[in-house]
Design a protein around this ligand. Structure first.
Ligand code: GDP
Length: 423
């Protein structure tokens, strides 16, 4: 069984939490894109963990975790993330963590370039996490990348580091007027952190292909939501890779396999960290209440997230681009205290109501068309079965399900592993 856990919205839907829960019957969890620019927060019996690069399956002893070729990896960040988890009692060894030899290394100069460019853009910034992700993906496609497997070929890698550093300095010095980076520093960095990670590097595609053929259950974990996909999201305020489920087999290293099930993780209201159009956005007191109730600060950056009502237009588009077969609706408990719950059911654009997610600039000028649903004003965090839900909460779920046209199978009512309902 090959299952993708994907995000329907702008990210931060609680994918990590659902992977942690649903991976119980899985043998392998794979991250297939992105780097340490996003973070999954997982709360279970062992504590609270923030994962930036490691797949969320790392918190289960019997799950093998794979970091796929579609990822970009900051070696230093990964080494520290592993150390932190180990200090929290999580066992990590080459037996339960495998890193693709084809994953691209996010170098210190990528981080620098990310910062220099965001600073140059000033108020027009893209809202980058400044972790080097766009520059490293740019280099990947310019064929100027260094891959994990290159660490095993020091002679040719050393030469390549010299060439690439000279190439990057053309931009660092010539465009941004900053101090050049030194090839020997880049080499020392690669040796220091690369040596620690070498035992984990392998042909992940070969491993996963054999695993899939022998009937293992494999889960693919997306890092961000559909609206941040480089092709289908709110470009250019997107991530720099394909986050959608269709890309999972490619980014994992098994393009010859198909996903059997795509579980879309969808949030009961909207949130968006960083820049870009967010048509359903709430402001003022209403926004502050929701932000506080939802603890809406980015796991990777700590930035306060922008919030809004559940957005039918954007979520239906998210379900379509993901090809979601079923939905896990998360954070329903956050709405517990609201007297009335707004829902964005359409956008108004040029005096007309539209229900299909529009392109580009239209998103900036579109206005949300909101309806109001009756709140349940009860604490849902203890609900464990459908019958426990107040009528208003059941109505809200049914309305959302009908609006997006995909079956809601799970409802999550708390951050803890067991705080969920199967419908
Ligand atoms: P991800 O990147 O999609 O994994 O999401 P994040 O980890 O950035 O954000 C989700 C946050 O919501 C985390 O802090 C989770 O612990 C928390 N969370 C997930 N599901 C629920 C839920 O149903 N209720 C509540 N109250 N918190 C949740």
């Amino acid at each position: 069984m090959l299952t993708a856990i994907t995000g329907i919205n702008w990210g931060d839907e609680g994918k990590g939490r659902m992977v942690d829960l649903l991976s119980e019957t899985y043998d392998i969890v794979v991250r297939y894109q992105g780097g340490n620019n996003a973070g999954h927060t997982v709360v279970n019996a062992r504590g609270k963990f923030i994962l930036n690069l490691l797949p969320s399956g790392i918190l289960r002893d019997d799950v093998v975790n794979v970091m796929g070729n579609g990822m970009v990896i900051d070696l230093e960040h990964l080494v520290h993330e592993i150390e932190k988890l180990r200090a929290g009692g999580i066992a990590i060894s080459p037996a339960n963590l495998k890193i693709s030899d084809r994953a691209v290394i996010c170098m210190p100069y990528h981080k620098l370039l990310d910062c220099y460019e965001e600073d140059r853009l000033a108020d027009a910034k893209y809202g980058s996490t400044r972790r080097g992700i766009a520059p490293v993906y740019g280099d990947k496609y310019m064929k100027k990348g260094i891959r994990m497997g290159d660490l095993f070929h020091p002679a040719s890698l050393k030469k390549r580091v010299e060439e690439l550093t000279a190439f990057k300095n053309l931009t660092i010095v010539g465009v941004y007027g900053k101090e050049p980076v030194k090839a020997e520093d880049m080499w020392a960095w690669l040796c220091e952190f690369g040596d620690v990670l070498k035992p984990y590097i392998c042909d992940a595609g070969l491993y996963l292909d054999a695993a899939a053929k022998s009937g293992k259950n494999i889960m693919f974990e997306a890092q961000l939501g559909a609206l941040r996909d480089i092709d289908f999201g709110i470009y250019p305020f997107t991530s720099s890779s394909n986050v959608i489920g269709a890309y999972a087999p490619v980014g994992a290293g098994i393009p010859n396999h198909k996903i059997d099930l795509n579980i879309g993780i969808m949030k009961a209201y909207s949130s968006c960290v960083g820049e870009g159009p967010f048509t359903c956005e709430l402001f003022g007191k209403e926004a502050e209440e929701l932000r506080k109730a939802g603890g809406e600060c980015g796991a990777a950056t700590g930035r306060p997230r922008r919030v809004g009502p559940f957005d039918v237009v954007a979520s239906r588009y998210g379900c379509r681009t993901q090809g979601a077969d079923e939905i896990a609706l998360t954070k329903l408990d956050i709405l517990d205290t609201l007297e009335n719950i707004p829902v964005t059911v359409a956008y108004e654009l040029d005096g007309k109501q539209i229900t299909e997610f529009p392109y580009g600039d239209a998103l900036e000028i579109a206005k949300p068309v909101n309806i109001s649903m009756k709140g349940w004003k009860k604490d849902l965090s203890g609900c464990r079965k459908k019958e426990d839900l107040p009528k208003e909460a059941a109505d809200y779920i049914a309305f959302i399900e009908k609006s997006v046209g995909v079956k809601i199978k799970y409802v999550s009512v708390g951050a803890e592993r067991d705080a969920y309902i199967v419908l």
